[in-house]
Design a protein around this ligand. Sequence first.
Ligand SMILES: Nc1ncnc2c1ncn2[C@@H]1O[C@H](COP(=O)(O)OP(=O)(O)OP(=O)(O)O)[C@@H](O)[C@H]1O
Length: 701
Amino acid sequence: MFKRTQQTARETKQEAKDVTKSKNGLFASCSFSSLGLDPKLSDQLQERMGFEAPTLVQAQSIPVILSGRDVLVNAATGTGKTIAYLAPIIHHLQAYSPKVDRSHGTFALVIVPTRELCLQVYETLEKLLHRFHWIVPGYVMGGEKKAKEKARLRKGISILIATPGRLLDHLKNTASFEHKNLRWVIFDEADCILEMGYGKETEQIIKLLGSRQHEEGEEDDDDDIVVPKGAQKQTLLLSATLNEKVNHLAKLSLDDPVMIGLDNSKLQQKQLPIESHASPDSDEDEMVIHVNKSANPSSEDYGIPSQLVQKYVKVPCGARLVALLSVLKNLFEREASQKVVVFFSTRDAVDFHHSLLSEFQWPPKSETQEEEAATKQLFLKCKTFRLHGSMEQEDRRSAFANFKAEKQALLLSTDVAARGLDFPKVRCIIQYDCPGEATEYVHRVGRTARIGEKGEALLFLQPVEIDYLKDLKKHGATLAEYPLLKVLDKFPLLGNMPRIKKVISLESHPWVISLQRALEFFTYAEPKMKNLAKNAFVSWVRGYAAHKGELKSIFVVKKLHLGHVAKSFALKEQPSLVGKSHHKETMKRKRDERQKGQHPKKRKKMSGGNSRMYACLSSSSSVHYIQDEVLLMRWAPSLGAAGLATLPRPEDKGFALEVGVGAAMAAQGSSSSVDSFEAAEAKDGAEEEEEEEEEEEARGA
Ligand SMILES: Nc1ncnc2c1ncn2[C@@H]1O[C@H](COP(=O)(O)OP(=O)(O)OP(=O)(O)O)[C@@H](O)[C@H]1O
């Protein structure tokens, strides 16, 4: 006992040392005012916000941004990039004479990929503007009422934070959106904006802003232009994972940029083929970002906080759910007051695990009812929140705010929480479903170990997926193995279950067996739970088939044992992947939700206006249908020996369809990939409100 206390004390001391060391490497040895910021603003940062010194990236970026140059900033997650770009803008704006007011419209535009990040940047901005009340902050984003946003834009917003779809909508349709004084455009999480499929929107935004921009030296007799003479328009691109994908955006929007945090291995004279949209008069000496893919890459390919402890846990598919619950229980028992985020690949998986963790009790059954009432408790004694793209905006907002405010809580999320979100005191990130590209791994784990704090990250892998570690290593992430068996051994066994001395496989561990049984019992006790499990199973398999590029050879859907996958959703048998009954259930669920007002009038545009069902025969000769003809056309060549046939709508003919696993699954999987889901959701946000707004306008709102 004494030995253990001594060891814990030693570990705590070591952790404290590590944090100090990492903090030493994070902060610059200067003050905010020495960077050239206005004293009132420096004071606000130091005194009111409690930032004693700028971080290194702030110390490097602020003077360059103040000088008016375009900038590309690449710095690790949680190093303070938001302040790095907001502070110089406020410094300039507060000094304008005459003072800026609402009638001058928007001077700075910050474009971010998700709604939560939009709100977060807005909150930071509000704090920074505390002493500059005449500068008006504001935001526009999908999911909000457009009529209200229009009214706010009409009044005037000096610094506007926006998601791309909604911003484009206002640029096109809100005549009162004043931006002729626009001087700054910032793309925060620039690579993500492009990866989420916003490339076209971004190009249009740049074009629309450019066409109405006030060019320097331009003859202009408009008295409303208040940008100081000689002040240059400035564009800033930032991310922890700037890579070659942003070259096109950089080329479109940046003029002779300064690169901050991009080491020489990533910057090369223009050798890479820049995409065909490159302007013919481009500068031949221009720098482009190039990610080093050599056999011996830099360990700093993507900036992962050095104090972050990264681990992986190898779990056979059938034991995944038990392993997840055990790891979580162990974490919260070890340290009650902490926050943990678990990432899943699909929204259905988030919903299922959220319901399960919010209701599942332990121990599962007792001898007498009185005893049961006295001893039963929730398996996890912490508040559990969920966050994903098809939640109602108000629910998203409250989940985000509540998880932020809690001291002890668990958040289950899709990648909607992976970028930029700054939840204080998150101690551990669990990636229960693999993230896909290494960039996403970096951003997910970046929700912990922020601003020099300690943090842990745990990646779940099945034995067949273990090669993913090599992919991460190429980008500088090396993970140690998590001692799962040791953790499982700590849990007390139920009743008189014998403790086996040597456990041969994880699945035969008595704790795993009893917990799995209890979970299955719980899931089957209520039809609602069972349906959630089935939906989660189906979308998980589809999501698995949607891995892209080189990762397809690691995450091979054909290698999955679907019975074991079912077990990981506490199902005793494998449900049909897309049977008629499932299709009907999904339609019914959506109808019910719509009636309850949970899915207000989402309009999905199908190409050609008339959707038809297609069927394709996979190599295993089972039938799979796809509702989106474009998707099938794209995937058809990759189906190999698969036959292809056009069928009437199943609901017309009333035949049941079974899905085949393999190439055809991959085809449907692509439609349920997280990225395209989230992007589609966010884009819908722009359209979704149209009808609502028309209605409101008709009512004279
Ligand atoms: N100079 C500073 N001193 C102390 N804390 C700071 C400082 N600057 C910023 N912070 C805090 O650090 C946290 C991380 O900042 P921020 O969210 O801007 O990081 P980021 O680099 O944008 O991360 P990501 O890449 O994940 O988006 C925030 O809570 C912020 O308030």
